[in-house]
Design a protein around this ligand. Structure first.
Ligand code: NAP
Length: 517
């Protein structure tokens, strides 16, 4: 992007007014804003760190990152359950500008990913911009700037807000009768209690999403008993996770272009065989995913009764596809029990299923997913003219191109509503979005306007087109999943990743409302 002038960058805002008057004060503030715009970034996860690095790179250094926790890392800080890993290959799940020759595995474990983000933060000297243990509680747009309130009582004011608050962040707790009566240890997968001993324990896992599958694959055979409470079976794509050899790591260290080539190859493969398959339900790639998953089930589950219990009655990738090299082995371990009778209630001693059986447990793990309609919330956001985000999103969250909401000027979201959240590496998504957002920031900093936000009609047309295109995706082929909103419309990007990439190249200015132009 164009770098911004260091001082008095705008200069098109007209007469300064008489010193001391309200008009003069606001003109002075505006000049200040144009020359040294102040940013508030919310969240110090993958997207928040990216924001800091890119703002600094653009010569913009007046910003604070508010992080509610005491450590950076976002999802990788929060998810520490046994077996946690990323099912996007590590060399693709890395910042494009910070490749990591040291990845240990094709799909490296969560702790290593957390360490990677900490290392990147050190290399790019990010830490001094982060205010830990400080949650943003309220944002109000008044007099052309965002007034920021925090949980510590601290107040701030900013020209721009970048919301890097994550998607799969707020745990979803199941509404199961008697759940509070359980006498053993009980926690959500994203709140793993590492003080609870697992050795010899009888452990129940509720859920069969990516998280539960990683937990079960990791714990099977290492604990007393493992009970997997399955409400819906899953299609599983078998992908090996071999260690990356010392030789390969040495090669990547010595020749970063080899790593770059690998990243490009992984990106092209992922895009062709997964990202594009999920948005074209009838494509040969979607069929191929189905064939691979079916073969995995047929070849690797011996007992025909168990095999049928594990066989979904919907299409592969309709729910988020599970990637695992050893889930079926884990389920077939003698100390693992797949429970398919629905949960009736939880009792002090364990889980009672609808067939009357009581599954006695010491530990109950709720791998029941996340509330995916939150985004910035619970932050109270008041936009232009006093309109609240809760009102704007009364039906459901939406944003033009997943980035900007009408009437929330100079506030941009990374991995906001209806973006390519399940389609591709979220790091690539955030990098493309940030480069796009910086062009919108530039409109203000160059004096073209004072406020920029999606125009209401453009946002509406985008949403209509999105809902229409969603009809071709695999997510609507007959399953329940967190992709689907209350209408059954996938809350995700329904086009190819190439289309996303091209949309993110350059903002269509006519789709934005520029105030003070
Ligand atoms: P999830 O996919 O939303 O799965 C939640 C599971 O809990 C489902 O199996 C659901 O059953 C079950 N469940 C919810 N309420 C229940 C109830 N009352 N009774 C019984 N079962 C109940 O959550 P997740 O596994 O945490 O994964 C969320 C997303 O995080 C993934 O889709 C993925 O995008 C991401 N993730 C990624 C990785 C990675 O490696 N990159 C790893 C973990 C997670 P139903 O299927 O019947 O609804």
């Amino acid at each position: 992007m164009n770098t911004l002038p260091a001082t008095n960058g705008g200069g098109t805002s007209g007469a300064a007014g008489t010193p001391g008057t309200t008009e003069a004060r606001s003109a002075a503030r505006r000049r200040h804003a144009l020359g040294h715009p102040r940013f508030v970034v919310i969240g110090a996860g993958m997207a928040g760190l990216l924001s800091v690095i890119k703002l600094k790179e653009a010569g913009l250094t007046d910003f604070t990152v508010y992080e509610k926790a005491d450590r950076l890392g976002g999802t990788w800080r929060e998810n520490t359950y046994p077996g946690v890993a990323c099912d996007v290959p590590s060399h693709l799940y890395s910042y494009s500008f910070a490749p990591n020759p040291e990845w240990s595995h094709v799909f490296s474990p969560g702790a290593e990913i957390q360490a990677y983000f900490e290392q990147v933060a050190r290399s790019y000297e990010v830490a001094r911009y982060i205010r830990y243990n400080t949650e943003v509680t309220r944002l109000e747009h008044t007099n052309g700037r965002w007034q920021v309130e925090t949980s510590t009582g601290e107040r701030d004011e900013a020209d721009f807000v970048i919301a890097a608050t994550g998607v799969l962040h707020h745990p979803s707790y199941p509404d199961i009768e008697g759940i509070d009566d359980f006498a053993g240890a009980k926690f959500h997968s994203a709140r793993w209690d590492h003080d609870v001993p697992l050795e010899g324990a009888r452990i129940g896992v509720v859920g069969t999403g990516s998280t539960a599958v990683q937990i079960v694959s990791s714990l099977a055979g290492t604990v007393g008993e493992l009970h997997l409470f399955q409400r819906t079976p899953q299609w599983v794509l078998a992908m090996d996770n071999p260690p990356i050899s010392d030789e390969d790591r040495a090669r990547y260290r010595e020749d970063p272009s080899a790593m770059q080539a690998l990243r490009q190859e992984l990106s092209a493969t992922f895009e062709r065989y997964f990202a594009n398959a999920v948005v074209a339900a009838d494509s040969p790639e979607a069929k191929m995913l189905q064939d691979l998953c079916t073969r995995n089930l047929e070849d690797n589950v011996q007992d025909p009764v168990l095999r049928e219990k594990l066989r979904p009655n919907y299409r592969a990738a309709c729910k988020r596809l599970i990637v695992s090299p050893n889930f079926y082995q884990a389920v077939q371990h003698p100390s693992t029990h797949l429970v398919t009778s629905g949960i009736e209630r939880v009792e002090a001693k364990g889980v009672r299923t609808k067939d009357g059986a009581l599954h006695e447990l010491d530990v109950l793990v709720l791998a029941t997913g996340f509330r995916v309609d939150r985004f910035l919330r619970p932050i109270e956001v008041i936009g232009r003219g006093g309109v609240s985000l809760d009102k704007l999103w009364a039906d459901r969250p939406s944003a033009y191109l997943a980035v900007s909401v009408p009437e929330l000027p100079n506030l941009f979201m990374l991995n906001g509503p209806n973006g390519p959240v399940g389609n591709f590496s979220l790091i690539d998504v955030a990098e493309l979005q940030l480069a796009y957002i910086m062009q919108l920031v530039d409109l203000v900093c160059s004096g073209r306007c004072r406020e920029v936000s999606a125009a209401a009609d453009a946002a509406e047309l985008f949403e209509e087109a999105r809902v229409e295109a969603a009809k071709n995706t695999v997510w609507v082929t007959g399953c329940r999943s967190w992709y689907l909103d209350d209408r059954g419309v996938p809350a995700a990007w329904p086009w190819s990743f190439d289309h996303f990439r091209s949309e993110m190249l350059r903002p269509k200015i006519e789709d934005y409302e520029l105030v003070g132009a």
